[in-house]
Write a protein that binds this ligand. Structure first.
Ligand code: 1HN
Length: 348
């Protein structure tokens, strides 16, 4: 036996590396941080800045070439693989009158929140679902979906997906449909008409999947819910009058990995700061304000998108003293809760 020397130890490090082994003591601090450190950074995407580029690509690139004409909103801290915050992704999609985005399905869960335009539809597992601004449409995992546009003018929406999580779990499957689009096999918008009321569910339709059965949560209903509460509730000190879109069968989030929300910040709302392990992506439906995220100030206006990474202290403020600010948001909180790792605290 030779005595251990520094150079001998170096040899051992090299040797164990070749054996596919690694010394935990050199990684401990990095693997087990005292608290979470998101790779994502606070970031804002200006809709006004992106829109002309969307219109350019709508002209320059056919849907036959692009399959989906989408600008991914890539967090500067999460470029490889591209993600927007933690386990979630956001993108802006544009479709022109007369176009069809080919039918496919994937195990990643998706939703669309309509930003502008009229007259486009998504067919989800044979049900045609019409889109109008402010509508939330679901495309849960492994549901066939294609989009087509029969109206006038471009139609744009926010796509939200959990593919960063599904891919990290190595559970990503993708399949093209054998035709460009699906035939309508059910009455249009049926699931929404059956279930949107939430308190009066069709008894003959029992849950057969983990996601909400509703294809579209129309803006008309969302608006009614916010208006119905009016000024009779203070709401959350962090998020104002915040409502979760729910699965009528469970009362829980619309999909197992994504909770979608709508919040109304009253004129002059100046929220308290908190932080939670879940990451959040916000889309500004209307209004103007600012969100402070760990010292970074994100100044937002209508249609912008911004990312609040997990475990960052954030507070929202509505800059206007006369108009509401309405924020749509989505978060991976259901995953954190299901795994028992969700934490939240006041950050003042
Ligand atoms: C997808 O299937 C759509 O169906 C949009 O419209 C965005 C981003 C990543 C992966 C799949 C769509 C997507 C996507």
């Amino acid at each position: 036996m030779t005595t251990e020397t520094t150079s001998g130890t170096t040899d051992h490090y090299e040797a164990i590396g070749k054996l596919g082994a690694s010394p935990l003591w050199r990684y401990y601090g990095e693997l087990f941080t005292a608290e979470p450190r998101s790779k994502a950074v606070p970031h804002l995407w200006s809709y006004d800045d992106l829109r002309p580029h969307m219109l350019h690509f709508a002209d320059a690139l056919s849907l036959e070439e692009a399959e989906r004409r989408v600008l991914m909103l890539v967090n500067p801290g999460m470029t490889e693989p591209p993600a927007t915050v933690n386990s979630l992704y956001a993108g802006i999609q544009i479709i022109l009158p007369g176009e069809t985005a080919q039918a496919h399905r994937h195990t990643a869960n998706a939703f669309r929140f309509i930003i502008e335009g009229e007259g486009a539809c998504t067919t989800v597992n044979g049900e045609r679902v019409h889109m109008s601004p402010g509508d939330l449409l679901l495309t849960p995992g492994w549901h066939w979906h294609d989009h087509y546009h029969e109206g006038d003018g471009p139609m744009m929406w926010l796509d939200g997906l959990d593919y960063p999580l599904i891919n990290a779990l190595e559970a990503g499957f993708f399949q093209l449909y054998d035709q460009r689009s699906q035939r309508a096999e059910r009455p249009d918008d049926l699931s929404s008409r059956q279930f949107i009321h939430g308190r009066l569910n069709p008894l003959w339709l029992q849950p057969d999947q983990v996601n909400s059965p509703i294809g579209n949560y129309p803006w008309s209903e969302t608006h009614k819910a916010l208006n119905g509460i009016g000024d009779d509730a203070t709401g959350s000190r962090y998020d104002g009058v915040v409502l979760e879109y729910s699965n009528p069968h469970t009362g829980g989030p619309v999909m197992p990995t994504i909770s979608c929300r709508i919040s109304r910040l009253r004129p002059g709302f100046d929220g308290a700061a908190h932080r939670h392990t879940a990451g959040t992506i916000y889309h500004v439906v209307s209004g103007e304000g600012r969100t402070e995220v760990d010292g970074t100030v994100l100044e937002w206006g209508e249609k912008d998108v911004f990312a609040v990474p997990g475990w960052t202290a954030h507070r929202h403020r509505n800059r206007s003293n006369s108009a509401d600010a309405i924020l749509m948001s989505y978060t991976n909180e259901p995953v954190h809760r299901a795994l028992g790792v969700y934490r939240e605290e006041l950050a003042e």
